[in-house]
Design a protein around this ligand. Structure first.
Ligand code: SF4
Length: 444
């Protein structure tokens, strides 16, 4: 482990540990370092390189969504992976011996424009380690966005990660150039931060989030009032990322924090990123990642909170504070509340239909439209995009009323669990199952 002091001179590669000096070398290091940020999912483009600069193989092309729902490819890089902070879960922390690199502002601008002209990307996702100070780093990132917009007339998508502790003025300026800003909450509780990232303070992070919300509200208000000077301010809103499984904090607390962020700071998205072990890690960190299915369940629960009217506290219980890895959180909730079912598909309110396993928001819409004209029968359900097998025990239709008896059956829960399989001698530890078999499972 080599300790570095990330002063500016070291960050330019004059001293310190292994550094990359040529542009493609820097790109390899700084695109790879950016992959740990889940705020836009890195997907690795497969364009052929044919030599020279511009290959997207392994160079962090990710996808994101614009405010109008278009999917865009972004160049996802760090300005630098030098950092004066020592967050224990991060490969770029000051005490890490990872190879370092730093782009100049003009290099990031050049790369973005080159990739853009070659049609590889439609925008930029830029994050950074902290060099010298929060404001110094934020100014550099702001400079990238300003140069792209003003000098290069770049109209593509820009997502900037704000630097913890950067001044309000810099964040405000960044918001006038970027489509999206994000401030990473990093860990679900203040105690987790204190333990693993003591230089980061929850109030400071939330102050930056609040600053973005207040400014965005002001701009939206001015635009609605027809003020011509209003301009744009982060039209795609703000997002954040939370690392899951670096501490033993429960899903209940994680969802509680997410709810708070959505409600208080009008967060557009909270991204969950399963902790991945890093070399020479602190002994307080777990030696392996949590099962990926946990991340998946959190996304499902998050979806239920945002679009299905669930309260975060409903999705777990005090006794069982983690989401069930074997079944989706909506089904798990329904099985815990069998007294609320079956519901009559021809009479139930929209809010209750949204809680029926197997029925998504589109299915609910179709039910509401159809029942205006005729009574819904069992055979109609499949045509409405409803997962019949899942919804059946929880519904009454015009031609079927199973009554509460089927819901009382002790076998109901078993019926929804994935089948048990025989373990083989050389199977990995089953508790380490990454759950990929169920990762494609989606709500309803
Ligand atoms: S501030 Fe960011 S880059 Fe620096 S150590 Fe912490 S998580 Fe890593």
């Amino acid at each position: 482990m080599v300790a570095i002091s990330a002063t500016d001179s070291q960050a330019t590669g004059k001293t310190g540990i292994v550094t990359a000096k040529d542009l493609s070398g820097k790109l390899a290091i700084l695109a790879d370092a950016a992959k740990y940020d889940a705020s836009c999912a890195s997907s690795g483009s497969r364009r052929e390189s044919r030599g020279g600069l511009g290959s997207t193989e392994g160079m962090g092309i990710c996808h994101s969504y614009t405010p109008d729902g278009r999917c865009v490819s972004l160049l996802k890089i760090l300005l630098t992976n030098y950092c004066v902070f020592d967050c224990q879960y991060c490969v770029n922390r000051i005490s890490s011996d990872t190879p370092r690199a730093r782009f100049s502002v003009n290099e990031v601008v050049r790369l973005t424009m080159d990739f853009y002209r070659r049609n590889y990307i439609e925008g930029l996702f830029l994050s950074s380690g902290i060099i010298q100070s929060s404001d110094y780093t934020m100014e550099q990132m702001l400079d990238v966005a300003r140069t792209l917009r003003e000098r290069e007339s770049f109209r593509g998508y820009i997502h900037l990660k704000t630097i913890p502790g950067a001044s309000d003025d810099l964040i405000h300026q960044a918001g006038t150039y970027a489509d999206r800003l994000s401030v990473n909450i990093e860990l679900p509780t203040e105690a987790d931060l204190k333990r693993l990232a003591p230089e980061k303070k929850r109030p400071e992070l939330e102050q930056s989030m609040n600053q973005i919300k207040v400014k965005r509200d002001e701009h939206v208000r001015d635009q609605k009032a027809g003020f011509k000077h209003a301009g744009k301010f982060v039209p795609a809103g703000q997002s954040t990322q939370m690392i899951v499984g670096a501490t033993d904090t429960s899903d209940r607390q994680i969802l509680d924090t997410s709810s708070h962020l959505y409600q208080t700071h009008a967060m557009r998205r909270v991204y969950y990123s399963a902790f991945s072990p890093i070399p020479h890690a602190d002994s307080r960190l777990p030696g392996k990642s949590p099962p990926l299915v946990r991340e998946h369940r959190l996304y499902q629960a998050d979806w239920l909170i945002r679009f299905y009217g669930f309260d975060a506290a409903e999705l777990t219980t005090a006794e069982s504070a983690n989401l069930d890895l074997q079944m989706d959180p909506k089904l798990a909730w329904a099985l815990r509340h069998r007294d609320r079912f079956p519901v009559d598909v021809n009479l139930a309110e929209r809010e209750m239909l949204l809680r029926v396993p197997g029925i998504g928001s589109r299915g609910v819409k179709r039910i509401l439209q159809t029942r205006r004209h005729h009574q819904i029968r069992d055979e109609d359900l499949a045509a409405m995009g409803i997962v019949y097998k899942k919804a059946r025990p929880f519904l009454i239709t015009a031609d079927r009323n199973a009554g509460p008896l089927s819901l009382d059956s002790p076998s109901l829960q078993r019926q929804f669990r994935p089948p048990q399989r025989q373990l083989h001698l050389f199977d990995d530890d089953p508790s380490a199952d990454d759950g990929t078999s169920s990762r494609l499972e989606v709500l309803p």
